[in-house]
Ligand binder design. Sequence first.
Ligand code: SF4
Length: 94
Amino acid sequence: MPNIHRLPMPLQEMYEWQHQGACANIDPAQFFSPDAERGVQKERREEAAKVICQDCPVIIRCRDHALSVQEPYGVWGGLSESDRREILATTPKR
Ligand code: SF4
């Protein structure tokens, strides 16, 4: 679960950027692990998702969101779950 105390207020404009994402019309399964996915299969899925993120017009906003609310699952802003854990582990608390 993301830290709900860090989520932005439930105003439409706070989330509109998500509709502009390169993933808006792509199956979410590309970005989120199915149960029990591990190893090479997970790495390949995450790398394919990151390729989509590279051309996304809202990548910075998406990445900032995921880091600020500490999204625990999925690829956000070109970062996997483990990428975000590494960044957050070495970043001073916000
Ligand atoms: S950066 Fe990636 S996850 Fe975020 S909106 Fe864009 S395509 Fe989707």
